[in-house]
Ligand binder design. Sequence first.
Ligand code: GLN
Length: 549
Amino acid sequence: MNTIKYIFVTGGVSSSLGKGIIAASLAKLLQARGYRITIQKLDPYINIDPGTLNPYEHGECYVTDDGAETDLDLGHYERFLNVPTSQANNVTTGRIYQSVIEKERRGEFLGKTVQVIPHITNEIKERIQLLGRTGKYDIVITEIGGTVGDIESLPYIESVRQMKWELGDDNVLVIHLTLIPYLKAAGELKTKPTQHSVKKLMESGIKADILVCRTEHKLSNDLRKKLALFCNVQQEAVIESIDASTIYDVPIFMLEEGLDSITLQKLNLSDATPPDLVQWEQFLKRHKNPKSEVQIGLIGKYVELQDSYKSILESFVHAGAKNEVKVNVVPIHSEYIDDSNIAEKLSGLNGILVAPGFGKRGIEGKIEAVRYAREKNLPFLGICLGMQMAVIEFSRNILGLKEADSTEMNPETPHPVIDLMEDQKSISNKGGTMRLGAWKCDLKENSIVGGVYQYKTIDERHRHRYEFNDKYKNQLEDAGLIATGINPQTGLVEIIEIPAHPWFVGVQYHPEYKSTVANPHPLFVSFVKAAHDHSELSTEKVRENNATI
Ligand code: GLN
């Protein structure tokens, strides 16, 4: 077996520099050269996983097939590589300590004092090498969350130092991502923060092999030389990462800068095969040259923070490129929608997406938005909570069950059209206890989803506690809201549609987690197409109207 190579991506100077995108871009280039790659994220916080975090904290919670609730960077890894990730790809300090403490309770440390070094660092190294040992990958890229110098990331940095010492520089590579700020008043790019950050890394015994420099302006040769000298790296290992108009440009920029070839050289791997990026470039071309535009309203309650809906926004990028349409996503705060302002707030939209979410805040606005989409024949996609709101809206306004609700919002409702699953009723712990991960769903023929997916049975990822209440199924179907996707194991309704409407689909699962550049999600592709058709129709209508004036 070949030696597994490990690449670490650390960050300095500032957070939010895009370590995840750099890691994913490098991985893409190495994958395009024929290497088998996976990417892992180590998060220094104490939560066991981000499942219990409010989206305002770290943005969206991403979900893998095996039901792990993870950092949103795993979404980037999947979207770039088109390879599914799993529980092993995201590890938090909480999880590390949890397993060390469990081992201690089982007596596995044989009376020893349990300490950060070696017990915590061993557990960290174990989690990194676990992926290597699967035999599925040639290279494991591990992104270390946070910024070098943070107290909480010290055990991770120390683990990297140990791995470099144990496995050697040929097998372990450190890429340090920093910021080169531009001082407008001086008209200059400044290298000092990067010098300090590299020094900080050195204090922990790690010499960065490659520097990736985030910058708003091009790095001159002199500046690259200076960085190389002061930061103790080869000049070819100073990589410029200039601001990009789309994250999907970054692999191309990194290729131009030679990040993949210097990485391969340092790891003693062949860089003879150039990367095959034909499909990627075709995607970029379509993405950048749309033939028309659509406006899609994203109705949610976390809209102030775009990261909360990361996967949805990226799914629109993929689906837009596929349709050669620019999708302008218009974020609309559901808390401020009511029946008096709905027409104004949603005017000019060609489609409406009601977003996932938890809790009562903003749900009446979501229900109003569903009603608007249903009555105005606007293409509608409801995801998870969005699907549940569609069932409530239909029950209230078509079945006349005025107090229909989800028991999540009103436990006393006389018409619990959305209700807690039986096996959820005894659960009190919040973390990791929802219906999570991939579940199968049988699709009904002669339905939108039946036509959209190429399969009769699909599997899609879930993250919820509440479900469509089967007791109302017949009543809803008789009135025109049809269950078109059923879970074959449990009989639960996973998809609803309104056949009398041009395009009205609600899904209990999260299609956005499975959309990638190579495989745009078919439901998003079809939704964007429906919105596009709607926009064409309305343009025609406008023309027609103008002709009669
Ligand atoms: N709050 C809802 C539930 O738990 C929907 C969850 C979601 O949108 N992800 O069922």
